[in-house]
Design a protein around this ligand. Structure first.
Ligand SMILES: Cc1ncc(COP(=O)(O)O)c(C=O)c1O
Length: 474
């Protein structure tokens, strides 16, 4: 290929400028405006590589800077240089993970990663696989549970069996998708009551299991959560595990967000009992800062992934040779599977366990700082006591009386103002009938000054919005 070094060199310069620039978190455009700024049409006659470079620049210019220290919107943030390096090399080597033969180094790296993750969870004899996101890991966890209770479902379907799964009312919606896909039915996913802190109430779980038994249904699966999406709550694993073992149910933990607390001596108590569960979702693309997508399904006992996921008809792919035992494809629901191991392996090599521990401990300190800041600010109200890195709060007025709907609208308006001006990117959620701001601390580079800047901008925007609302209503 001609000019490869020049073009890739220039592309790297563009990427580095993007990573190092201090620009606002988003250059917000409506879809209609953006369509006018970037030529999205695809031509009959191709362009030159050189002609692609300005388009790459525009792409970066109008993309949300998720690595900015004013990006608090989602459960990931920050730029990872070893991760970006891993993505680049993965694309250059371009292979698939189904056999050792096709992906020798990546296969060995993935096996090592899974072993390290299993060690942290406490699965001494475990197995696992990298999958396309936490949602899919949750689904595979549920599939394993279905296979345990009804192995014939793989060949014959569910028949007349009415299987019932249990999650807390704060659990991620991916469990509902899994119930749909696996033929369980979303109505057979019972949402167990959670307490004021967002944790599943284990007594309510047992009552729900007994109810389904009394209706002659088959309870089979409990999906606990370590770090819920809105509040960041950790379900009580020892109490839940006691119940699932008494009733013979599969216990899965969705640790997509919260699992990396296991790196920290100070905070791993949040996941006490993790070794007691059957399967576990781990997203390295959230709190570990690896570029998306980078997730794993971990299972305590060897064998079930292959039993539950293999499909047969694979002679053309899987050959008996001296490396046959290293072939990961039979444990996967995919055929072609992207290499996610290299980027996460490089990140782990770069930071080490100690680096990750430091990052987690730092973020917990920032969370304490943010919580105190809210408590001490007359215009901010803390919605729930944070246990993790989700800070839920909202703006309140000292000057004017707002009913609860008006207060909800005011908070939405503040959020929108911050995004449209490019000052900060933060999300909202609904909790206990209120619209709340959900500030996520996921960027390992965060400092207290970044939080001060955010709250300063947030409160200022709040004052401007409340003045304009009261002026328009008067
Ligand atoms: C608790 C929890 N589980 C699972 C998921 C889904 O993860 P993914 O986006 O990797 O599919 C999320 C996403 O935010 C989540 O918050």
């Amino acid at each position: 290929m001609k000019n490869t070094d020049k073009i890739l060199g220039k592309a790297v310069d563009i990427i580095v400028r993007h990573l190092e620039s201090n620009s606002q978190v988003v250059n917000y455009q409506t879809a209609n405006l953006l369509k006018k700024k970037i030529d999205l049409t695809l031509p009959d006659d191709g362009a030159t590589l050189e002609e692609l470079l300005p388009i790459v620049e525009s792409y970066l210019q109008y993309s949300v800077r998720t690595g900015s220290t004013q990006f608090f919107n989602l459960l990931f943030s920050g730029y990872s240089i070893p991760g970006i390096l891993g993505e680049m090399v993965t694309s250059a080597a371009n292979t698939t993970m189904h056999t050792y033969e096709a992906a020798p180094v990546a296969t060995l790296m993935e096996i090592e990663l899974i072993k390290k993750l299993n060690d942290l969870v406490g699965f001494n004899e475990g197995e696992g696989l990298m999958v396309t996101g936490g949602s899919n890991a949750n689904m595979i966890g549920m599939l394993c549970g279905r296979h345990q209770v009804l192995p014939e479902a793989k060949l014959k379907g569910l028949g007349n069996h009415q299987l019932v799964a249990f999650v807390s009312e704060q659990a991620h919606y991916s469990y509902a998708k899994a119930a749909n896909l696996l033929g369980i039915g979303i109505d057979n996913l019972v949402k167990v009551e959670s307490d004021n802190d967002g944790k599943m109430i284990s007594e309510a779980l047992e009552v729900a299991i007994q109810k389904s038994l009394s209706e002659e249904k088959t309870p089979f699966f409990v999906g606990a959560t370590a770090g819920t999406t809105v509040l960041g709550a950790f379900d009580p694993l020892p109490a839940i595990a006691e119940i699932t073992s008494q009733y013979g149910l599969w216990l899965h933990v969705d640790g997509a967000w919260g699992a990396p607390v296991l790196f920290s001596d100070k905070h791993k108590h949040l996941l006490v009992g993790s070794e007691l569960v059957d399967s576990f979702t781990w997203d390295a693309h959230k709190l570990m800062g690896v570029p998306l997508i980078c997730s794993a399904i971990l299972v305590r006992d060897k064998g079930i992934l292959r039993q539950a996921c293999s499909g047969g008809g694979t002679d053309y792919l899987f050959h008996d040779d001296e490396n046959e035992s290293y072939n990961l494809g039979q444990m996967s629901l995919q055929c072609g599977r992207k290499v996610d191991a290299l980027k996460s392996w490089l990140c782990w090599k770069y930071y080490g366990n100690k680096g990750y521990q430091k990052q987690i401990d730092n973020l917990f300190e920032i969370a304490n700082y943010a919580t105190e800041y809210i408590r001490n600010c007359d215009n901010l109200e803390l919605i729930a006591e944070p246990e993790f890195l989700n800070i839920c709060f909202r703006y309140i007025s000292q000057e004017h009386k707002f009913d609860s709907t008006a207060l909800d609208d005011l908070n939405l308006e503040i959020r929108q103002k911050l995004i449209h001006s490019g000052a900060a990117f933060v999300n909202y959620a609904h909790y206990q009938g209120k619209t709340i701001i959900r500030l996520i601390l996921a960027n390992s580079e965060l400092k207290k000054a970044d939080l001060e800047k955010f709250f300063h901008n947030f409160v200022n925007a709040g004052k401007i919005c409340e003045e304009s609302i009261t002026y328009n209503n008067s």
